[in-house]
Structure formats: C-alpha cells, structure tokens
Write a protein that binds this ligand. Structure first.
Ligand code: TXA
Ligand code: MG
Length: 354
C-alpha cells in the first residue's frame, strides 16, 4: 500500500516480496540525490547516497543536525568496505565475521571516495552493515553505500516506528519505507578501531561483553575525560542529546526502596497539583498510580525494555507531565546501552532511594 503524508510517500514494507516495487522506487530516489527513511534492526535511518556531498547536506537540513556531527555509512556486502576505508585494521575481519550484518558500527580511516560532508571533515569514517532485510535490499538496489543518521529531528528520540519518523519528518523527505517496529530499538554500538586498543564510543545492540569476548581488551570512553575546548573523541558527544520537556530523574537503590521512593515522590507532587510520568518495569507497574505510566517490560528481559524505550519517551513527552521518574536496570548486556540512553534523557539526574 502506498500513501502520501504531507508530500512524503509512505510505502508498506513489512513483507519484502510485496515491497519490491517500493524498494526499487526508493533506490531510484537515493541514486538521484534524494532522501529516504528506512527501517534497520536498531532504529529508522534517514538515507542518502554516501558518495554525494550535496545529497548528504540535505540530510543535515531535513534533521536540523549540526554540520559537524558525522554520519554512519551503511553497506550490504563486506567488499564495499574497500571503497570506504583507507585501511583495514587486523581486528576488522574478526568483528565482521561475528557481528555483521548487525548493530555494530566500526570507525576506520576514511577512504578518498567518501565526501567530507559524510564525516564532517574527519579523517575517519563510521561504517556498518545492518541486519534488516529492507535496509539490505535498499542498499543493494541503490548500488551505493547509504549514509544515514537516525531519522528523527535533531533533539528528538531516535525513531523506532514509521509513525515516529512521520511525526518528525513528514513533508521534509521524499519517501519512507514502513517496515514496522525496529526489533533492537536502540542505536548501534560504535567502536573506534583507529587506536591501539579498540575504543567503545557508544554502547548499543552488540554488547561490551560480546566485544570483550571477541577482542580481549576494549577501552571504554569516559564522556567527561576530554577537556573543555578540546575535540571530543566522537563528535556526537558534544551535543545535548535527547531530553524530554519535563525534568527526568532516575531512581536508584534496592528494589523495594525504589518502589517506596517513587510512590512518595508521586504523592508529594500530586498534593502540589503536579502531574507525574513514570518509566517502570512490568514487575512493579501495579504498585504505582501516576498521570502517565509507561511500562518498559520485564526486568528479566532487558532486550524488551530496550526496544520500548524510545516509544515510551515520546509518549511521556506527548502526555505533558511536569516530572518524569524512571527505574534503573543493571548495566550488563544491553542494560549498559539502555542505562546510557536513560542517563542522557535524565541529563544524569539521580535520586538515591533510602
Ligand atoms: O543504529 C544506528 O547506528 C542508526 C541506524 C540508522 O544505523 N544510526 C544512528 O546514527 O544512530 P546517528 O547519526 O544518530 O549516530 C551516529 C553516531 C554519532 O554519535 C556520531 O557522532 C558517531 O556515530 N560517528 C559517526 N561517524 C563518526 C566518526 N568518524 N568518528 C567518531 N564518531 C562517529
Ligand atoms: Mg541520532
């Protein structure tokens, strides 16, 4: 089914066979320098030809993205790396074999064919091979690597459904391939291979434990380690990330105390006539009464919680609450990426439950 929303063509692509004509059309748009939003296993991407500086500039304009924050280049075959990276550090083969296609982005020395618009003038390039069948089919049909950031307006949560993309970008892009909800729901892991020891720039769908098991040593980026005025190791770190309109707090501590603390803060705020929104686990949901309650999922299935996070944050924003409280999760596996995004949304604000 094809429809138009404010001039953006929206094509149903949940079934790859039925979407074939739509994917061909999308590939044509990419080859002509236009913009197409497409599903990946992590979040929706906003794609343009990675070999066209002017097409890539359109991405920045559509998103309202600062020009010095580089994009990830998406490929469908390992051999396409040759055209993008000037060198192939020895660890690449190990990682590619284990994690591609999948939610792992590799930062490598930039090859001469990559225009400076893609890398924001850096001499490195970020590359990944997504695992989503629609993304792979689109890249193959275009016959080009596709540069794509997340398909949200700058400062909004990354989109995990076609509706999220339309909320932010309807009328600003030519086409959207609707592949349904993204299964991982958090952005890819970004790993910088241009140092002696690989450096984790952003935790994501491939976990730190998986990387350590494959590589041995992996350095973790401390976002506060670089000095003010100095260039940060990943340009994305410089920008205020998504934060909801209402102030958000993470409530940490022993589980039963966390429940008590959240209840107490809810009561106090209700007495003052303030509306409270909650981001909680399935196990605890029945304990709370609040103006907006978003249930991320069962604590024992953090993958499910990760997949729901961005949708829940968008809903809390739309509910117009005055304050948001969130439970925390253990920082292992995908929990590390989940807590990284929660912490950014809360701008680091934490309440210790005693
Ligand atoms: O899962 C994902 O990675 C999604 C899907 C669409 O693939 N894309 C995504 O792109 O999240 P974006 O632009 O929202 O985030 C890319 C991150 C930014 O933090 C950017 O600064 C960093 O990767 N990055 C890109 N190129 C880089 C480079 N050459 N060196 C260091 N960091 C880089
Ligand atoms: Mg983004």
């Amino acid at each position: 089914m094809w429809r138009k929303v404010k001039g953006t063509l929206v094509v149903e692509a949940k079934d790859l066979k039925k979407a074939e004509r739509g994917i061909q059309e999308a590939a044509q748009i990419i080859r002509r320098g236009g913009l197409v939003a497409f599903p990946t296993e992590t979040v929706y991407g906003l794609g343009a030809s990675a070999f066209s500086g002017s097409a890539v500039e359109r991405i920045f304009r559509a998103k309202g993205r600062p020009g010095d924050n580089p994009l990830i280049v998406h490929i469908a075959e390992e051999k396409d790396l040759k055209e993008l990276a000037a060198q192939r550090p020895p660890l690449v083969s190990l990682l590619v074999e284990k994690f591609w296609p999948g939610p792992l982005t590799l930062v490598l020395p930039r090859g001469p064919r990559v225009p400076p618009e893609v890398t924001a003038g850096l001499d490195t390039v970020a590359v990944r091979m997504p695992r989503h069948p629609v993304a792979l089919a689109l890249i193959r049909a275009a016959g080009l690597p596709i540069a794509a950031p997340s398909a949200n307006r700058s400062g909004r949560p990354s989109p995990t459904t076609a509706e999220h993309v339309l909320e932010d970008l309807a009328g600003r892009i030519q086409m959207l391939l609707d592949g349904g909800p993204c299964p991982v729901g958090l952005e890819s892991t970004v790993l910088d291979l241009t140092h002696e020891v690989p450096l984790l720039l952003r935790p994501g769908g491939v976990t730190l434990e998986q990387l350590q098991e494959t590589l041995g040593e992996v350095h973790l980026l401390d976002p506060h380690s670089y000095k003010k005025g100095e260039a940060p190791p990943s340009p994305g770190l410089k920008y205020r990330h998504y934060a909801p309109r209402a102030p958000m707090y993470m409530v940490e501590g022993e589980p039963s105390r966390v429940v008590k603390e959240i209840k107490k803060i809810c009561r106090e705020n209700h007495l003052k006539g303030r509306r409270v929104g909650l981001l909680v686990t399935e196990e605890n949901r029945s304990q709370f009464r609040a103006d907006a309650v978003e249930v991320l999922g069962l604590r024992r299935s953090p993958e499910e919680m990760a997949a729901r996070l961005f949708d829940s944050l968008r809903r809390l924003d739309a509910s117009g609450v005055d304050l948001i409280l969130a439970e925390t999760v253990e920082e292992t596996g995908i929990g590390l990426a989940l807590m990284n995004r929660l912490r950014k949304a809360a701008s680091g604000r934490t309440i210790k439950a005693r």
